[in-house]
Write a protein that binds this ligand. Structure first.
Ligand SMILES: Cc1cc2nc3c(=O)[nH]c(=O)nc-3n(C[C@H](O)[C@H](O)[C@H](O)COP(=O)(O)O)c2cc1C
Length: 253
């Protein structure tokens, strides 16, 4: 039977990088959201319930049945505007976003991804009674505060306190958790067929993005995950100074 790329990689599902839900933006334009792939959930970031409603209705039109809300993005420029992890600081807005999501997608089809808090590790905990009132598909917790960004130990104790009170399925996103991000990307660098995959990814990126620069940027960002692997460490010195795809290809040989 045909296996989706996600199943082939050993996952039961995947969530897209966030797509902006802002007034006047159409998620189907500029190929922000692709037609449905099995088990792919579209994630939105924003703070405007009406804009979120419009985006969710649009993705439903092309067959998506699940969606996710980003309450995790830690970057100050995002969170200080009340988006991403900033939603944890505006409970009324968060509630209207969650209410809208559950209403448009239907019970059990809308999920939330969150940090423990912006500065404190109990901010999400204090929002749990509100979140428990909605029929969420699941809640994913990246057990760090936004201030901690992406490094340092995950706060297991704070996660355990959320687990005690959560009424919805809970997903732990961090080392040893049941959702992974960076460790999976790192592991790709060790695949036997990685050169072929990489070449296909470069071709697909050239077809998708405009010009060499963004393609080069995207590929270098990926390759940076592998720079400590024995297979890649020597190549990395050349990769990082490549200024064109031709130079990059040479560095890869
Ligand atoms: C470059 C980068 C981009 C990310 N983009 C998103 C995103 O769009 N939506 C999201 O929910 N999390 C995003 N994350 C966070 C990851 O999904 C994950 O929560 C975090 O990296 C911790 O898990 P990990 O240690 O398995 O990577 C991003 C992380 C990185 C490093």
């Amino acid at each position: 039977m045909f296996k989706s790329a996600i199943e082939e990689a050993g996952f039961t599902g995947a969530i897209t990088p966030f797509v902006s839900a802002m007034p006047g933006l159409d998620p189907l334009k500029d190929r922000e959201v692709s037609p449905v792939e099995p088990n792919v959930t579209v994630q939105f970031i924003g703070k405007d319930p009406l804009a979120l409603r419009y985006c969710l209705e649009r993705i439903r039109e092309i067959g998506h049945v699940t969606a996710d809300l980003n309450c995790g993005c830690p970057f100050p420029m995002v969170r200080n505007k009340g988006r991403g992890s900033g939603l944890l600081r505006t409970p009324d807005v968060l509630e209207r976003m969650v209410e809208t999501g559950c209403e448009v997608m239907g019970p059990g089809n809308f999920s939330v991804k969150a940090r423990l808090g912006v500065e404190r590790n109990d901010e999400l905990l204090s929002l749990m009674p509100m979140l428990n009132r909605y029929p969420l598909r699941f809640l994913t917790v990246h057990p760090r505060t936004a201030k901690a960004m992406y490094e340092g130990p995950c706060d297991e104790a704070a996660f355990a306190r959320i687990r005690e009170v959560a009424g919805m399925p809970l997903i732990y996103n961090g080392p040893g958790g049941n959702m992974v991000g960076r460790p999976f990307i790192r592991s790709l660098g060790e695949r036997a067929d990685i050169m072929e995959l990489l070449s296909r990814y470069i071709d697909a990126s050239r077809a998708e993005l405009y010009g060499e620069r963004p393609v080069l940027g995207r590929i270098k960002e990926l390759l940076a995950y592998w720079r400590e692997l024995p297979r890649w460490s020597r190549r990395w010195n050349l990769i990082k100074i490549s200024r064109s795809l031709a130079e990059l290809k040479l560095a890869l040989t």
